[in-house]
Design a protein around this ligand. Structure first.
Ligand code: KG4
Ligand code: ZN
Length: 336
């Protein structure tokens, strides 16, 4: 079965084709980062308009790359939420119309389900059950995953998402959106002994997170400092060290509480090398294994949607002609 996957939940237009027999056939992404950079964050209306411009040519391009005609597709999967309503509607409307024209099933996919299944596109791939740690610009959560659609929430952020905290901290030191990767790069040159940031909620016996205090701590540290380039790097380092400690501590708790030995880490922030190194070390200590998507599938992409869609369409699921979008949608509400 060949499934076309469409991702338009935020500022990336992602398209891919996954084949249940031959794996990923083609994938492509149009990123809107430049478009939004001057505004300091994603402007929803601009995002929707750009998705409209890019989606049809990108689908054509991906079909060509795969050497397929549209008529050779067996299903269309699209991100239905959570995300920006206008952006989601573009992908959903396109997918529903495309599926109708080709007389093939279309299916609404949960964006976070797609993220947490993304490491299954890799070799070696994790197998159910596993602990999933989702770390992106909009979400931070720990889940127990027993199978497709079987998700138990272990903990989540009570305020800012981890990527949001990276971006906001970068912004207060003058870096444009999304500042997360720039802050991470800067941290490599920082002196870890100069500032010490708190480790929010690490001492609490749960798996919840809180990151908004770190951004305030960074702001106060920045404002009372000499504000030079080295100070930026030292703050970036102190911030990242704190985030890494908290994330590692909570992932350890999730593995110990569930007794599971596989940890899947996905979402944009899983590209962070300091986080990867620290989790690898902790996992080795615990006798566990960590799985990540390849770099380009850490961030939003069409491949993860095509993959999740294919697994569900194979089970006979379809959303029909309705254009389904859910800007707010809890992962634990998903049916098996
Ligand atoms: O998953 P994603 O592409 O979009 C959402 O669904 O949110 O994640 C984007 C987020 C941004 O906040 C970005 O700053 C962050 O991931 N990010 C990073 C790194 N690469 C991307 N944060 C820290 N270190 C990185 N290397
Ligand atoms: Zn995402």
């Amino acid at each position: 079965m060949r499934v076309l996957g469409i991702e338009t939940s935020c500022d990336d237009t992602g398209v891919a084709i996954f084949d249940s027999d031959h794996g990923l056939l083609a994938h492509g992404l149009h990123s809107q980062t430049e478009l939004h950079q001057q505004y300091g964050g994603v402007v929803p209306e601009l995002a929707s308009r750009d998705h409209i411009r890019k989606i049809a040519p990108l689908v054509e391009h991906i079909l060509q790359q795969a050497g397929l005609e549209a008529e050779q597709l067996d299903g269309v999967a699209y991100t239905a939420g959570p995300g920006l309503i206008g952006a989601l509607l573009v992908g959903a409307t396109f997918a529903a119309s495309y599926g109708f024209a080709l007389n093939i099933p279309t299916l609404a996919i949960h964006h976070l389900e797609a993220h947490l299944l993304a490491p299954m596109l890799e070799n070696p791939a994790p197998s159910f059950p596993f602990v999933a740690c989702l770390v992106s610009g909009g979400h931070t959560s720990l889940l127990r995953v027993d199978g497709l659609g079987q998700y138990e929430l272990l903990g989540e952020t009570l305020d800012d998402a981890i990527g949001e905290a990276f971006d906001k901290t970068a912004r207060l030191m003058g870096f444009s959106y999304p500042g997360g990767p720039k802050l991470a790069q800067l941290a490599e040159r920082g002196d870890s002994s100069r500032f010490h940031f708190p480790r929010p909620m690490l001492d609490r016996p749960n798996m919840d997170f809180s990151f908004s205090g770190l951004k305030t701590f960074a702001l106060n540290t920045w404002q009372s400092s000499d504000q030079n380039e080295q100070t930026k790097a030292d703050i970036a380092r102190a911030f990242q060290d704190a985030v890494v400690d908290v994330l590692v501590g909570k992932c350890q708790r999730a593995l110990e509480t569930t007794g599971l030995t596989q940890l899947v880490v996905a979402g944009g922030v899983s590209a962070n090398t300091a986080i990867r190194a620290a989790l690898a070390k902790k996992a080795a200590e615990l006798g566990a294994r960590v799985f990540y998507p390849r770099h380009e599938f850490c961030v939003d992409n069409g491949a993860m949607v095509a993959f999740a869609g294919c697994q569900r369409i194979l089970r006979g699921e379809k959303s029909g002609l309705s254009v389904l979008v859910r800007p707010r949608w809890s992962l634990t509400e998903l049916a098996n």
